[in-house]
Design a protein around this ligand. Structure first.
Ligand code: GLY
Length: 538
């Protein structure tokens, strides 16, 4: 079963499973395919995380292929001459791009955990880029709306618009010949094509042309890292998720530990008390995120303390069920020790029960907006996930401190939260989402909906969601909550804002009573959960 944001990429993953590939083979193939079918987020110019569960041994591993700051990056590189944050430099253009990790990450996962030949898993994406894919309604709309930004870069405009900058209409065919060639090089030469060979040369040339920092030394220094997963428990279920430099796993476990101390099922889905409790748990977690989370190779992240039941007990004791806190009264916790919008996720489970989850990103839709001429892909703007200046929020309104400041070779803090939930050793669900700061809370609510509110995967995915991130001090809700509930929340002291946007897009696989399950969020179009043998192309 493969659940991804794009039907044609889910079909590629299912095709690889049908050819005898395992979950990692299918995940690698789906990842390359999404770079073709979902260029707003699927990528080879960005980075991300993969979680792998090996059913035979029961072992879990986290593969970190997050982008890294180029070797010439410096702490204050996004400040202007007055010491203020330049509002654009970390978000748009060449300086916004971190060293991409996707190709290295997928290569590492395949070399260590895949079964089929590398070229075989890259081939479907190459075929899709060469033969073309139908332009989706979503892609056509995005390209029409953002033409000024994307066409500011000649290569991006050339790759994703018709001659003269005319946007594609839905169902037009988008052929990506340069990307097909790039994928062919990757299929034939492996990882070195990207970091040392012809593709590296094209990236370096574009960086020199546009004043970016990614150079040969930065590309050669890029390394994916295997890390120990973050573990927690919730009401008898085992939770396995991504460790730092993701903040997602740590804070989901932290919030579940807090929620475990309250009768969440009894409060009921969508009740004012239930939403209040979620908001208060989120507020506390995001306050901690601002201070304690960062690249663990550069900062000693107190994972054990943040995910401990004892700390959760202290936090839970501060929650007043009748009255909202004010965020200005909430500070990040102090560890008791001597010192001191666009991302995508997909999930795969194979017939043996192996699981591979990938949450990867170029940050905004079409990332930095800078395409690599000749190579056919856009580069990320992940450098905006660093803190440009302590106390100044990033594009997602997330606050941060010194721990997440820019430094050469460092990985920016992420919210991407691939997660697996087990019951007595058997996978119950595996999921993840795009959405920047709402990733963590979307995944949290999926778990609460399944475990506390006894929803099936589809119900739990589609149920309206809410979000609180400490600052701004307000609850954001999707449509679908009762006005009575909103009034009760306001009476507790919350500011509640209904957003016209949808939060996250959960792509979930699962297993229950001998049946493989899949649920693709309908909040964003074109997503599909597909099992081998059920794709339209077979
Ligand atoms: N760029 C979004 C994230 O990594 O959280």
């Amino acid at each position: 079963m493969v659940a991804s944001q794009n039907r044609w990429s889910s079909e590629v993953g299912a095709e690889i499973l049908a050819q005898g590939g395992n979950a990692v083979d299918a995940a690698v193939a789906t990842g390359f395919s999404l770079a073709v079918t979902l260029p707003r987020a699927g990528n080879i110019g960005g980075g991300g995380f993969m979680l792998v569960h090996d059913a035979a041994s029961g072992e879990d591993v986290a593969i970190d292929f997050r982008e890294m700051a180029p070797v010439r990056a410096t702490r204050d590189m996004y400040l202007d001459e007055n010491g203020d944050v330049d509002p654009t430099r970390s978000k748009f253009g060449h300086l916004a791009a971190g060293v991409p990790g996707t190709v290295a990450g997928l290569w590492h996962a395949h070399q260590k955990y895949g079964k089929l030949p590398w070229a075989q898993v890259v081939e479907p994406a190459m075929r899709q880029a060469r033969d073309g894919i139908p332009v989706s309604y979503d892609m056509a709309l995005l390209l029409t709306r953002n033409k000024t930004r994307y066409c500011a870069n000649e290569a991006t405009c050339g790759y994703f618009y018709k001659p003269g900058g005319v946007p594609y209409a839905p169902n037009d065919t988008l052929v990506q010949s340069d990307l097909a060639h790039t994928l062919e090089l990757i299929a034939e030469q492996g990882v070195d094509a990207f970091y040392k060979g012809e593709i590296a040369e094209l990236i370096i040339a574009e960086m020199e042309r546009g004043g970016g920092l990614i150079d040969a030394a930065s590309l050669a220094a890029y390394k994916p890292v295997e890390r120990d997963v973050v573990r927690g428990t919730y009401r008898g279920y085992d939770i396995v998720s991504m460790p730092p430099p993701s903040s997602g796993g740590v804070h989901i476990v932290q919030m579940l530990n807090v929620l475990e101390r309250f009768p969440v099922a009894q409060l009921g889905y969508g009740s004012a008390d239930g939403l209040h409790l979620l908001a208060e748990a989120m507020r506390l977690a995001y306050a901690d995120r601002s201070q304690h989370l960062a690249d663990p190779d550069y900062y000693d992240v107190p994972v054990a303390w943040l995910t401990s039941k004892e700390y959760a007990q202290q936090l839970a004791a501060t929650i007043d069920m009748e009255q909202a806190k004010r965020s200005e009264d909430v500070a990040p916790g102090v560890e008791p020790r001597p010192e001191g919008i666009d991302t995508t996720h997909y999930s795969v489970i194979d017939a043996d029960g192996n699981v591979a989850l990938v949450n990867y990103t170029i940050n905004f839709s079409f990332g930095s907006g800078v395409a690599v001429p000749g190579a056919g892909f856009v580069l990320n703007n992940e450098m905006d996930d660093f803190v440009a200046k302590p106390g100044v929020a990033n594009a997602f309104g997330l606050m941060g401190g010194e721990a997440n400041a820019v430094a050469a070779g460092k990985r920016p803090l992420s919210s991407m939260s691939p997660i697996m939930v087990f019951k007595d050793g058997d996978l119950r669900l595996a999921s993840g989402s795009p959405g920047g700061s709402v990733i963590i809370t979307s995944v949290l609510q999926l778990i609460v909906n399944v475990i506390d509110h006894d929803m099936n995967l589809a119900e739990a995915t589609l149920a309206p969601r809410m979000h609180h991130q400490w600052y701004p001090d307000r609850i954001i809700i999707e449509s679908g909550f009762s006005p009575d509930t909103v009034r009760l929340l306001e009476a507790k002291g919350h500011t509640v804002m209904q957003t016209p946007n949808k939060m996250g897009s959960l792509q979930t696989v699962g297993y229950r009573d001998g049946t493989f399950l899949g649920a693709s969020d309908t909040r964003r179009p074109n997503a599909a959960a597909i099992a081998p043998g059920n794709s339209q192309t077979q």
